[in-house]
Every structure is written in C-alpha cells, then in structure tokens.
Design a protein around this ligand. Sequence first.
Ligand code: HEM
Length: 293
Amino acid sequence: MRNLLLGTLAFGTAGYYYYNKEQFTQLAKPKLDYQAVKSDIADILEQQGWDGYNHIGPVLVRLGWHASGTYNKADKTGGSDGATMRFNKEQNDPANAGLHHAQKFLEPIKAKHPGISYADLWVLASYVAIEEMGGPKIDFTPGRKDAPSEASCPPNGRLPDASKGSSHIRDVFYRMGLNDREIVALIGGGHGIGKCHSDRSGYEGPWTNAPTTFTNLYFKELFDKTWTQKKWNGPLQYEDNTKKLMMLPADLEIRNDPEFKRIALEYKENKEAFFKDFASAFKKLTELGFKQF
Ligand code: HEM
C-alpha cells in the first residue's frame, strides 16, 4: 500500500513536470537581460591606449560586419549565425586580421552573461557601438546560435578586396543579397568611423577627422577633397592635401561609379536619410543567415 502511494506520488510529480515543462524550463533559465548586456558593452567602449583615440567602437563594428559579410544567398552559407570566426580557419582569413582583438574585448561580457551566444553578442556589440558613437539605434533581434566546430566555417575569401573596383564590390554584396543603396549606406557608415592599420590590412589612416563619431562626414570628405595617390611603400591608397586622411581604391569607386555616386551625393546632403538607410541595411546585413528568418 505504501509503495503504491509512493508510486502514485512519483508518477503524479513526473506528470506535473511533464505538463508544465515550459514553466520549469523558464524557471531554470531566466530570460537574458539584454538591456544589462547593452549597458555593460557601452561601459567597455573606452579603452585607454587603443588606436590613439581610446575607443574600440570601430573595431567592434568591423567584427559585426565581417561576421555577417560572408553570407552567400545562393546556398545560405556564412553569415552572422554561428560566430564561426572563433575558429582558426576563418580567423586566419587575411581580411579578418586584427579582429581577434575585438573578440577578446568582449570576453568579460560573455563571462558575465554566459547565456548570450557569441553570435548574438558580436552583433549586439556592433549595434551598441554605433549608437554610442552617435549613430542610429538599431533594434536587436536575438536568437543566433554558436556553431560547434570549424566545419561550419564558410570558405575564406568572401569579404571584399579594397584594391578592386565597382564590379567586384557589386559581386560581393549582391552575393549577400544587398543592393546598391545598401552598399553605399553601409560603406559610408562603416568607413566614417575607425581607421586602417598597416599591420592588419596593409593600409594606413582614418577616413575622417572624427573616427569615433558616427556621421555622414565620409561622404563630405569623399566629394569635397582632392584625393591623390599616396607615395609610400604600402599598397595603393589615396590621401588628402593634409596627408592625414585616406581613401581606399574601393572607397573612390563610391565617387566614380555613376549609380553609387548618385546615392552617395544624396547621403552627403541628407544625414537623416543616410542614418535611416544605414540602420536598416546594417540590421539586414547582420541578420543574413540567421536561421530564425
Ligand atoms: C567594399 C567594401 C569594403 C572594403 C573593401 C573594406 C575594407 C576595409 C579595410 C581594408 C579596412 C582596414 C582594416 C584595418 O587595417 O584595420 C577597413 C576598416 C573598417 N571597415 Fe571596411 N571595408 C568595406 C566595407 C565595410 C562595411 C560595409 C563596413 C560596416 C558597415 C565596414 C566597416 C569598417 C570599419 C568600422 C573599419 C575600421 C576598423 C577599425 O578601426 O579597427 N567596412 N575596411
């Protein structure tokens, strides 16, 4: 009788658990407080000694972009889901030189909030960096998962080559499923902040005099300055008359290609349109390959 009673009790408890699994799981795994993660990211953006301007916002934006820009619409490989740049194969793609620094800066955030995937963390960090540097607020949709092994890495060589022209730029971005307007908004926003490093890409210098402020200054510099070939031992790049600012050959394509130019001139005159288009293009870019969609 006693055994029967115990058995009924155990069965009943298991049944109760089974039928209320959802609630139990929710109790066991509290919802991530994304607001807290965001504010912790904002707190680490200033890093003494980093890049001469003590701010890691630009390199975090580059991490979010390079994690996403490997997407291939045709076979749905690559993209931000998976955070495959954690693995040597993708980390060693020359295009990703220096991005291990960005990953490392985010480790304390991952340690404090272990429930967030690296894939979500990298994208969220790029959004926080953009917003904190004065750029548009981008709504974050979580749900990316981390790939278990290097086997999920996309092939290297999918990111754009700065020495090439507009047809290469279109090939790369069209492969992701992005259009001319999105290309111009993304490059203008991305290169309005940060700088090139000769020990990473081979190129050197910032595009604007405000590398930690998100603005449409890139377009103003591109059209209002005269860009001449820099005389040095490095790869072909261009400099302004102060010799302090730079443009990559790929940047000058935004001025030289008629369709890119038309869009870029619009963004030069209309900061609001640029911010709005950048925000939606960056959200789209960072959700490429996101299996939820
Ligand atoms: C044709 C397309 C593009 C090419 C060829 C290109 C190329 C480059 C190169 C060569 C660098 C220098 C890296 C270094 O030496 O540290 C760089 C930096 C950067 N790029 Fe791009 N890029 C492109 C598009 C984009 C896009 C779409 C974004 C983001 C929306 C972006 C964001 C950045 C940022 C933020 C940096 C500065 C990183 C730092 O300061 O550490 N780029 N890019």
